[in-house]
Design a protein. Structure first.
Length: 219
């Protein structure tokens, strides 16, 4: 286990710290000792002032027998609480990084779909293009927040179900309509293609900035 941090991303709101994954026979106590000993020094070195009341710890791994393990880490004499689902930049993380918890919070889309449904059902005579623009701005912008992170998750159907309801509202077709026809009828790109374009744009942006710290990790 290295004594220094492998990577860090510091922002004005939060500062995730990444460590090497411990080997099979290595105890998590080594991570606790390293964090407790070096975390405060690291923040002082880089002139960071994290709030101990808002700073949380978590362990990302695939060992189901350790699913409830919590780190015992102290910083500046205060114990850092454990959060099984920490949120970073609007993305909810879970132990296995499957993003199930993040995608299951698609309930917000239901209320946004209700707004589109009211717009489609009023006497305002909203055209299909107006409904399409409104849906992309109100529903898709929230549903595909940081989608390059979770686009390969096996739980994307939790989001897709809500977005298909949005397509039904745009097209005006009934629920029995074949799902494969919804993108064409609503004039919206297929969900998988939409996310692939977003991911490709992000990679192209990284490729043009070799001075970014993430460039060496991706390329």
């Amino acid at each position: 286990m290295p004594v220094t941090f492998l990577s860090h991303i510091a922002t004005g709101l939060s500062m995730p710290v990444t460590f090497a994954v411990p080997s099979k026979g290595e105890a998590l106590s080594e991570i606790e000792r390293t964090l407790t000993a070096d975390l405060a020094k690291y923040c002082q070195l880089w002139h960071l002032k994290p709030s101990t009341s808002r700073t949380v710890t978590n362990v990302f791994h695939l060992h189901n027998n350790r699913s409830r393990c919590e780190l015992n880490v102290h910083m500046n004499g205060q114990h850092l609480k454990h959060d099984p689902y920490p949120v970073y930049l609007g993305v909810t993380l879970d132990r296995t990084l499957s993003y199930r918890e993040h995608l299951s919070r698609a309930v917000k889309l239901k209320s946004r779909n209700n707004l589109i449904a009211k717009l489609a059902g009023t006497s305002w005579s909203a055209s299909a293009s107006t409904l399409c623009t409104s849906t992309l701005a109100v529903c898709y912008s929230v549903a595909e927040h940081y989608c390059p992170m979770w686009t390969r998750s096996s739980y994307t159907n939790l989001i897709d179900t809500q977005l298909r309801s949005s397509m039904h509202l745009i097209s005006g077709y009934l629920q029995p309509t074949q799902l494969s026809w919804l993108p064409e009828l609503s004039n919206v790109a297929p969900l998988s293609l939409h996310r692939k374009v977003t991911s490709d744009n992000m990679l192209q942006s990284m490729e043009t900035h070799p001075n970014w710290s993430v460039f060496a990790d991706v390329f």
